[in-house]
Design a protein around this ligand. Structure first.
Ligand code: AHR
Length: 308
């Protein structure tokens, strides 16, 4: 598919214009919107053609999209898997068709790693550990129990599994840090609010900390806490993940305490990897995105510099 194509202004190192199929998770969060834009811009800027499919957080939609990319004989498939398991068959079909698959943002739990070229994304376990380490430091002088409620991401997704694992690994060393409720909020504001309302209904003033697997759920929960009559950021400490603008706004307003960065702006890095692979270069099986962590006191100063 790389021959007979208009070379355009960009292209691979050999000048070919590529057709890239991108199966995205959905549009569930600020993070996801920024990630989609980063990929779209990078593919366009490189002079390639994008075939985009939004799975609306449904695995069956992703399987259909990948099959359609295979039928269209794209040059490469970029794929952010909604969940970790159940993609063997369709990835084998891509391999049999000779189409390289690049995992973006989320990994798969599949033994045969010849089914994809590389995985470019964040270290979600590390993000969970960073969130917990902040809490350990923040509560080091607290003698009694610290009651945590957890809003998990999409059930079965890599970030939900790994952020929980990383967080629990750290807090298990501190027996007074207790997760008293844990439920999925599907990475959305609406679900985050709804589940936080249920947590407040059953636990009320007993809740000290909210650990949300992403900022959107944290922001939804902040609304629920205010409506309940408590002060988010004070009565209940709020920990989020992503470092989206909405979290910086909430932190600048004193309503959120910390957000662990998960950088969605890896479109250019992904295009480089695809081009390098198709040019015959050897690329690493795992490529990490660099990230940091931000607290309430940094929010006002950093907000204008945030790109997503
Ligand atoms: O896979 C990355 C996660 O997915 C982000 O943290 C979350 O906001 C998104 O929905």
């Amino acid at each position: 598919n790389t021959d007979n194509k208009d070379t355009g202004s960009g292209g691979t190192k050999s000048g070919d214009k590529l057709v890239i199929g991108f199966s995205q998770v959905g549009a569930e969060s600020e993070w996801r919107t920024a990630n989609t834009k980063s990929m779209q811009d990078a593919i366009k800027d490189a002079g390639h053609e994008l075939k985009f499919s939004d799975a609306q957080q449904k695995q069956e939609n992703q399987i259909k999209a990948i099959r359609s990319f295979i039928a269209q004989k794209v040059d490469a498939i970029v794929f952010s898997p909604v969940v970790e398991t159940g993609f063997e068959t369709v990835l084998q079909e891509a391999k049999d068709a000779g189409i390289p698959v690049f995992l973006a943002d989320r990994a798969v739990d599949i033994e045969d790693d010849s089914l994809w070229v590389t995985f470019l994304g964040s270290d979600f376990v590390e993000e969970g550990k960073k969130a917990a380490n902040w809490l350990v430091e923040e509560t080091k002088d607290v003698k009694g129990d610290v009651n945590i409620v957890e809003l998990q991401g999409t059930v079965g997704s890599a970030p939900a599994i790994d952020r929980k694992e990383g967080f629990e690994e750290v807090i298990k060393e501190h027996p007074n840090l207790k997760i008293i409720k844990s439920q999925t909020g599907d990475f959305t504001r609406a679900k985050g609010k709804e589940v936080m309302e249920a947590f407040l209904k059953s636990e009320g003033d007993n809740i000290d900390v909210l650990y949300a697997h992403n900022d959107d759920m944290a922001i939804g929960a902040i609304q629920a806490i205010e409506e309940y009559g408590l002060k988010p950021g004070e009565d209940i400490k709020i920990i989020g993940v992503d470092a989206v603008k909405g979290a910086f706004e909430a932190m600048a307003a004193g309503k959120m305490n910390v957000t662990v960065e998960c950088n969605p702006l890896f479109g250019p890095q992904m295009v480089d990897l695809i081009e390098a692979h198709l040019a015959g270069e050897k690329i690493e099986k795992r490529v990490a995105v660099e990230e940091s962590m931000y607290t309430m006191d940094q929010a006002e100063e950093l907000l204008p510099t945030r790109q997503y």
